[in-house]
Design a protein around this ligand. Structure first.
Ligand SMILES: [Zn+2]
Length: 391
């Protein structure tokens, strides 16, 4: 290296840092090889441990600090921050309206819409078609294609409607124990507003993916339950949700997570029907069903949330607090965090806390603690998040 008359020179070096959030670095240099070889940090106080020292115990200057002789310099502390991109989707409403562009005895066409083949007649779901909303007769849908829905043979839609009439396709809620399921209309986007605060402690900045990743009208489904075996129902949901996550494949260079607003969980045992069931208003599929190598999927169940809020008479503010906490909790599962029961003075201490059933009624009492859950991970969980190569 060429030094000028004052003893200074320039040399570029590329330093490759590790990529785990919260890792700290200092880069130090000296012209003299003997000085370089003696550079070290110390154990002990912050002042010692966060500075670079020469072998003869001089503090290596940083920033505007005056030079030492022989010359050595160090950078200020460099901390790795990572970005975590969030993809948010949500379901459309439990009905579809429009004006038909084609009509036969047993089918209706709407070329302005694009339907999916399982949109109206899969997962044991009763969807009906009223081909002309100026009258009340409706017909059960038995098949769906991209632009056409079919009703059963023996029906004749043209007796009550003609091409161009306003139609409505609607889900008919079954008269069973879910009959108190009252949530209607568009399913909202899950609120990701709590993520920034919670993940900042792990040196992670949370950002929403651009609007091209955002789908707020994915086809509505009730709960994907076609069996008493919940693994079958989860598999139904898994096959469905896979179509909509666009932030794949996950890579160490690009950290992404996914959360979808849905109506109800595929698992019947956590939907607050009946009310004294211990309700889980969100879930994350971490263990992929066999044959599906893929990332995690989180879902927030808006009917469960409505039901819980009604049961415990939560205010709008409390309901919003629970929603925010749910999203942080579920995204915590993307980093393989486990549940814990840690409470202080009867209040959960952290976001991965999950309610437990109690012995005495009301056995679901711990649900009342949900609005009190802080948007904080335990230090142990922060360490776990920071050690993951991708969430
Ligand atoms: Zn959980």
């Amino acid at each position: 290296m060429n030094l000028n008359e004052k003893g200074y020179g320039v040399r570029e070096v590329i330093v490759i840092l590790s990529r785990q959030p919260g890792n700290n670095f200092k880069v130090a240099g000296a012209f003299d090889e003997g000085v370089r070889n003696g550079l070290h940090i110390k154990e002990g106080t912050q002042e010692q441990a966060l500075r670079v020292w020469t072998s003869d115990n001089k503090r290596v200057p940083e920033g505007n600090e005056p030079d030492i002789i022989p010359i050595a310099r160090a950078t200020e502390l460099l901390t790795v921050w990572r970005r975590l991109w969030v993809e948010v989707d949500s379901m459309a409403a439990d009905f579809v309206t429009g004006n038909s562009t084609g009509l036969t005895a047993n089918s209706l066409q709407d070329i302005t819409k694009s339907w999916e083949e399982d949109q109206f007649n899969s997962y044991n779901e009763p969807w009906d078609l009223n081909p002309n909303t100026r009258q009340t007769q409706a017909f059960r849908i038995v098949d769906t294609t991209t632009v056409r829905v079919y009703v059963g043979a023996g029906n004749d839609l043209t007796t009550v409607a003609q091409v161009g009439d306003p139609y409505c396709i609607f889900y008919t809620f079954p008269p069973d124990r879910s009959s108190d399921d009252e949530f209607r209309g568009e399913v909202p986007d899950p609120d990701i507003g709590g993520l920034g605060e919670a993940f900042r402690e792990a040196y992670i900045e949370v950002l929403l993916l651009p609007t091209t990743y955002h789908q707020s009208h994915i086809p509505w489904h009730h709960n994907f339950r076609t069996s008493d075996d919940s693994s079958v129902n989860i598999r139904n949901f898994y096959q469905f949700v896979q179509r909509y996550r666009q932030s794949v494949p996950e890579e160490n260079d690009w950290w992404t997570v996914y959360v979808l607003g849905i109506y109800e969980s595929p698992e019947a045992n956590f939907d607050n029907d009946p009310n004294d069931e211990l309700c889980s208003p969100g879930f994350t599929i971490e263990d992929k069903p066999p044959g599906f190598p893929s990332p995690e999927y989180s879902a927030i169940c808006f009917e469960h949330l409505r039901d819980l809020a009604a049961q415990w008479q939560w205010s709008e503010g409390e309901q919003q607090a629970v929603l925010k906490a749910l999203v942080v909790h579920e995204i915590g599962h993307h980093s393989d965090l486990e549940h814990n029961k840690e409470m202080k003075d009867g209040v959960p201490t952290n976001i991965m806390w999950a309610p437990d059933r109690e012995l005495d009624p009301p056995k679901d009492r711990q649900e009342t603690l949900m609005p009190l859950t802080p948007l904080r991970f335990r230090p142990k969980d922060i360490n776990e998040i920071r050690s993951k190569h991708k969430p």
